[in-house]
Write a protein that binds this ligand. Structure first.
Ligand code: MN
Ligand code: MN
Length: 462
């Protein structure tokens, strides 16, 4: 055996930057700038849908209407209750040959405003919150916040809310204890030091001067809201308002090799899918790109990946071709495009170094997620992993295997199991993230780009 042959026996990938093709550097740069722009105007699942529609229509996608006749090469999208979207490019082959499906989620951990949120205490006005998804509560205090969402008023009319993103607009914040008085708090475990009911957002401090009743600061805030949005206090009950970190996507590192932002999980994969399907012209197999909602709370509800809205859309596409939906699913393949944990040397004790994903080694393939012995994982087959591995190897897509962390350290899940349950072969794949679920998460540009490239070759697959 030669030295080269011996080396080929070992699995030890080189750093992505060392083998990155010179002629793709500009493409990677442009891709990442576009991704940052997408993030900056897509801070909630609703805004992700708006952004996706804008970009898709520029590329000739049209809204799907039930019963519409479609031909190969046609590009359609279908919005699910303003919070999810499915885009499809119809293939040359009919749907009995299956579809290439990529499913990501665009909801992200955040602080939702409670149905009766507004109160005054010590002449300060606050909004009470109920956190959405898995957050580390101590990370959300003293972080500037924006408020985004929708209010349905008493008369049924709707108004969209966005406060804090524009530099001229005010922002909101949750206060924290000063260290001088934090002796007792400092002794508590991290997950108890900031109780959920203390995550109250400071929203005003000036009273209504004319009013002589109580709660004059609260009233002054309501007056401002009434003026701007035409709402009364009762209207909060039919509102979905989300407090999200007031941060713009920024390059991280002196070498600008990374991107810091809120909501990389999972908009970094959602954007990769979207950018890939927008490039597609006449694929052999029908390509489907999904932005799902509610993944962070178990993919529940009508806008989550467990919803039959997906069957509804796919069955419609199949019906137009006289294909049974079950035959289509059985022949389809799904990439559950979701982020994974990147190895963090500051917390090496929770990672298993030989099976962790690292920044700059490309898209992470997760054979299984789950916790406590693969509990809750769909556990992709060797064949499913083999198929994607070979596809990526043949097309210059850098990839790595990824387990979230040590088996006993915890775990997590994705939409993969809900796709697999539909009799669709499914593999998890996505970008490794540092500080996942924090108000400011970090990813590597190279991994973002490789995930996009991976989605593109996946959609182009025959
Ligand atoms: Mn995710
Ligand atoms: Mn998540």
């Amino acid at each position: 055996m030669t030295k080269e042959e011996k080396k080929a026996l070992l699995y030890s990938p080189d750093h992505g930057f060392d083998r990155f093709p010179q002629d793709e550097k500009e493409t990677m740069h442009t891709y990442c700038e576009n991704y940052k722009a997408f993030l900056n105007c897509s801070k909630t699942e609703r805004e992700c849908v708006v952004s996706a529609v804008r970009l898709a229509e520029e590329k000739g996608f049209v809204p799907y209407r039930y019963g519409m006749k479609l031909a190969s090469g046609d590009k359609v999208y279908c919005i699910n209750r303003a919070k999810g979207i499915m885009l499809a490019v119809i293939g040359e082959k009919d749907l009995s040959f299956g579809a290439n499906i990529a499913a990501a989620h665009t909801d992200a951990p955040r602080l939702d405003i409670k149905p009766n949120p507004l109160y005054e205490e010590a002449e300060l006005a606050y909004l009470k919150t109920h956190h959405y998804g898995g957050i580390r509560k101590y990370q959300w205090v003293t972080v500037p916040l924006e408020l985004h969402g929708k209010i349905v008023r008493r008369d049924g009319s709707e108004v969209s809310v966005s406060i804090g993103a524009d530099p001229d607009e005010p922002q909101l914040v949750i206060s924290d204890l000063l260290p001088h008085l934090g002796r007792e708090q400092g002794k508590k475990p991290l997950n108890e030091a900031i109780p959920s009911e203390s995550l109250n957002i400071l929203i005003g401090s000036w009273p209504d001067k004319e009013y002589d009743g109580s709660d004059r600061v609260k009233l002054a805030v309501l007056e401002l809201l009434h003026e701007k949005y035409g709402i009364t206090e009762e209207d909060f009950i039919s509102a979905e308002l989300e407090a999200v970190p007031a941060v713009m996507a920024r390059d991280i590192g002196l070498d600008r090799s990374m991107i810091g932002a809120y909501g990389h999980d999972d908009r970094v994969c959602a954007y990769a899918e979207l950018a890939a399907i927008l490039q597609l012209e006449k694929p052999m197999r029908t390509a489907v790109c999904i932005f799902a909602d509610k993944e962070e709370i178990g993919s529940e509800g009508v806008s989550g990946m467990q919803s039959e809205e997906f069957e509804h859309f796919m069955a419609e596409l199949c019906k137009g071709q006289n294909v049974d939906l079950r035959d289509c699913f059985a022949a389809s393949f799904c990439i559950s495009a979701d982020v994974t944990a990147a190895y963090d040397p500051n917390f090496s004790e929770v990672y298993e170094r030989r099976n962790s994903a690292y920044l700059n080694y490309g898209i992470g393939l997760c054979k299984y997620t789950g916790s406590g012995g693969k509990g809750g994982a769909s556990d992709a087959s060797a064949e499913a992993v083999g198929r994607i591995r070979s596809l990526f190897n043949c097309n210059g897509v850098f990839w790595q295997m990824a387990e979230m962390g040590k088996t006993d350290a915890g775990g997590g899940g994705t939409v993969a199991k809900y796709m697999a349950k539909r009799n669709i072969d499914t593999l998890d794949a996505g970008v490794p993230v540092l500080s996942m679920h924090a108000p400011f998460e970090v990813v590597s540009k190279l991994d973002c780009y490789m995930t996009y490239k991976g989605m593109k070759v996946f959609f182009e697959q025959n």
